[in-house]
Design a protein around this ligand. Structure first.
Ligand code: HEC
Ligand code: HEC
Length: 341
């Protein structure tokens, strides 16, 4: 009797000391960029150095695709603001999509993902491309089996998620951790705010236009994120595609798409949900005189009936100069965001 107590006592000691030896992860500290919306709801919680390293590798690894040829980064290239220069992305079997790949930057402040907002978290979003038949066309269970057989991943998963079984949920958790640190906040515009850059006269004229009721860009491309994180029909088509309507089943949402950020525009061409505009000049021509009225057109596009806000050539150039202030070369070349392979 006495002996078994001693054994029990010893066993519980061994057990608890095992627990103490459980690997520790290293919390990652997100820096709050100046004049950006404050981080809310503990968004940093759960972001670790080990999780980011794993997510970064997964993001760049074609192991996630059906035939081992395509990574997330194939359509989301860092030098293009993690978007795709091609109008439509092409899947592993050559299928051509109908939408332009969206940039991945400053998404930690977002709550709706995809052009029509059908996904509500980065984790959930990352599940989709892997199995999408016109994208990576794989099966998560097969992908996870391949990852489980890989020595490097065995170690990296154990570092990021000690003592947990490798699952697709943990894989997308890590990918989302990497995406959350893709923050672009070091453009000339950001330097301007801290007194390290002075605007040219042309940029000042562009800024005045951007915030004017006449050109009216600032109501939707709001604040330092340059987006109101909402959905609008900005008048691209007289007979728009469904957009948000697909998600809400509300016909008042027809033609509404997620407002893109206007940061890093120099890198993220082509533009709009279907990549119809190859250059910023084409975008400005559209807002100036190409706006199409439809039942759900946003009331902020009030001058749509005249075809748009009627900018002069000089005003278009000025506006463009202001928009290009948001280019962030550090973001586009930061080695911490580049391929680890
Ligand atoms: C074949 C090209 C392709 C591949 C591969 C791909 N994407 Fe995308 N991505 C797109 C396209 C196109 C969209 C927009 C699709 C839509 O709205 O339906 C998009 C949208 C997104 C968005 C939404 C951004 C926003 O602002 O709402 C995120 C995040 C994203 N992709 C991450 C990933 C991740 C992570 C992977 C790898 C697991 C991946 N993508 C693989 C083409 C691709
Ligand atoms: C009513 C809200 C609204 C207003 C006002 C507005 N935009 Fe937009 N903008 C959007 C939406 C929504 C999209 C995406 C539309 C789509 O793809 O269907 C967009 C797309 C863009 C894009 C393409 C970005 C990309 O990555 O594809 C640029 C550039 C742009 N807008 C600049 C401007 C400028 C400059 C003005 C002022 C002249 C302006 N916008 C006014 C809502 C608005």
């Amino acid at each position: 009797m006495k002996n078994s107590f001693i054994i029990l006592f010893l066993l519980s000691f061994v057990f608890s000391s095992c627990k103490k030896d459980k690997k520790q992860t290293t919390a990652y500290t997100l820096l709050q960029p100046y004049k950006f919306p404050v981080f809310e709801n503990d968004v940093e919680k759960g972001i670790t150095e080990e999780g980011i390293a794993l997510g970064r590798r997964l993001f760049y690894d074609p192991i996630l695709s059906g035939d081992g040829t395509m990574a997330c980064a194939t359509c989301h290239k860092q030098e293009d603001g993690f978007s795709d220069k091609r109008q439509f992305s092409i899947g592993i079997d050559g299928s051509v999509g109908k939408l332009q790949a969206m940039p991945i930057m400053n998404l930690i402040w977002n709550e709706d993902f995809f052009w029509n907002g059908r996904s509500k978290s980065l984790e959930n979003q990352a599940l989709e491309p892997v199995e999408n038949p016109i994208e990576m066309k794989a099966h998560w269970n097969i992908v996870i089996d391949k990852i489980k057989d890989d020595k490097v991943y065995q170690e990296m998963f154990d570092d990021a998620f000690p003592e947990q079984e490798i699952t697709k949920e943990l894989a997308v958790d890590a990918i989302a951790q990497f995406e959350k640190i893709l923050i672009s906040s070091n453009s000339k515009f950001d330097k301007l705010l801290i007194g390290e850059y002075a605007m040219t006269e042309q940029e000042q004229r562009g800024r005045a236009l951007f915030f004017s009721e006449e050109a009216d860009c600032f109501h939707c491309h709001t604040g330092n994120l340059m987006t109101d994180l909402s959905f609008h029909n900005n008048g691209l088509d007289a007979n728009p595609k469904p957009g948000l309507e697909t998600v809400t089943n509300n016909e008042n949402d027809k033609g509404k798409f997620k407002t893109p950020s206007l940061r890093n525009l120099a890198a993220t061409a082509p533009y709009m949900h279907d990549g119809r505009f190859a250059t910023l000049d084409e975008v400005l021509d559209f807002y100036s005189s190409g706006v199409q009225v439809s039942p759900t057109i946003d009331e902020l596009m009030k001058q749509g009936t005249n075809g748009g806000v009627q900018l002069t050539e000089q005003e278009k150039e000025d506006l463009k100069a202001y928009l290009l202030l948001f280019n962030d070369p550090n973001f586009l070349t930061n080695p911490a965001f580049a391929s680890p392979f």
